[in-house]
Design a protein around this ligand. Structure first.
Ligand code: NAD
Length: 360
């Protein structure tokens, strides 16, 4: 198979971790007889330095012409980098928002699973972790509170601010279908998270999710209020398979879920539209504090590449091979600094990439 991949290395540790993911993708392509054609695309600070803006129309077109996008991370130190002296719409993050919108990436997937080898890094007690957990947060990414109408006004000398949380049934239906499709490939359970005891948007969410559920009789659906879900994630994370939720709830819950896995450097993510196209990136940021030192953990980016094989190319065997290679390297005791524990062998970013690529 020929796969066209647009590559946004980005800023900070971005180029270092993307280099290792490409190494592993090339090893997969060689073993399974695929050819991957990469196109480099500038975004974020790297694009500001060259073009004065965080994302050009040509960069968007290059991404649209690809089958999938592999991204490192963008942005710099928000207190010291000159990129943050620019108006908000010219800062690095504006590029990512524009790209998500241009590519209609409405579904964000963030798996959070605990490797037995990294149990010590998990802040939860053993009796809570039990046999571990393996959950997927499916977050709506282009609607809700972050995209609704907002304004700040002064009324009778008092400042007031409004944000609006709007969803229409089509936006809910398309993300719900995605959630059930993913659950079908996993343990066949969807927990739909809302605040239906208070919000109208949540009551519509629940109604539409129930309609969609009828098309997936083999998947179990349960509803959970968002405040309860926040508690259950630290009380019994093993109960969850797919958590399906709207934009802001997903933003908060996915950070909570990433925390209980122990390291941000281990967590991949995918943002999908209604075709096979997707953007794959680690959940963490550009980590300017450790950039250029060859010490960042590349595993989240490598696992994001695995998600690309699975969701954009439908190559499950290749995705499994990457995930197995990561597991094997951890079992053998190799660790980057962020996940290092006693008795393990510390390796650099590039050594970790080599070790995983060798085990494909
Ligand atoms: P961050 O995730 O970059 O860093 C938080 C902490 O985690 C730091 O101590 C960092 O060293 C560590 N860390 C992150 N990734 C790591 C890895 N792969 N290996 C080892 N350690 C890792 O968050 P931040 O410091 O709040 O943000 C830094 C910049 O990243 C900001 O400009 C922010 O806007 C940007 N950011 C970008 C994205 C994205 O590109 N999607 C996401 C989040 C933050």
């Amino acid at each position: 198979m020929e796969c066209k991949v647009a590559v946004i290395s980005g800023d900070g540790i971005g180029p270092e971790i993307v280099r290792e993911a490409k190494k592993v993708m090339d090893a997969v392509a060689e073993k399974y007889g695929h050819s991957i054609i990469y196109t480099d695309v500038l975004m974020g600070g790297a694009s500001i330095d060259v073009h004065g803006i965080p994302l050009t129309d040509q960069a968007v077109a290059d991404c649209q012409a690809a089958d999938a996008v592999l991204m490192g991370s963008i942005g710099g130190n928000t207190s010291t980098s000159p990129w943050y002296q620019l108006p908000a719409d010219r800062r690095p993050e504006a590029g990512l928002l524009k790209l998500r919108k241009s590519l209609c990436l409405f579904a964000n997937l963030r798996p959070a699973s605990l490797y037995q080898e990294l149990k010590k890094a998990c802040p939860l007690k053993d009796e809570v972790i039990k046999d571990g957990f393996d959950l997927m947060i499916m977050r709506e990414l282009t609607g809700g509170l972050y995209f609704g109408e907002r304004k700040t006004v002064e009324e009778n000398g008092v400042w007031k601010a409004y944000d609006t949380l709007t969803y229409d049934e089509n936006e809910i239906r398309r993300i719900a279908k995605r959630g059930f499709e993913i659950a079908k490939k996993r343990r066949k359970k969807v927990t739909s998270v809302d605040k239906a005891n208070v919000l109208d948007s949540s009551r519509l969410w629940r109604k539409v999710v129930e309609e969609v559920a009828k098309e997936y009789p083999d998947v179990v659906l349960e509803h959970m209020l968002v405040d309860n879900c926040a508690m259950q994630l630290v009380k019994d994370p093993g109960q969850f398979d797919v958590i399906l939720t709207e934009n802001m709830f997903g933003d908060i819950l996915s950070d909570e879920a990433s925390m209980i896995t122990g390291s941000i450097g281990m967590l991949p993510s995918a943002s999908l539209n209604d075709t096979k196209f997707g953007l794959y990136e680690p959940s963490g940021g550009s980590a300017p504090d450790i950039a250029g030192q060859n010490i960042a953990n590349p595993i989240a980016t490598i696992l994001s590449a695995a998600m690309m094989f699975r969701f954009s190319f439908d190559l499950d065997q290749e995705a499994d091979a990457i995930e197995r290679a990561v597991q094997q390297v951890l079992t053998e005791g190799y660790r980057t600094g962020d996940i290092l524990s006693e008795g393990c062998k510390q390796v650099s970013t590039s050594q970790m990439g080599d070790l995983i690529a060798e085990r494909i």
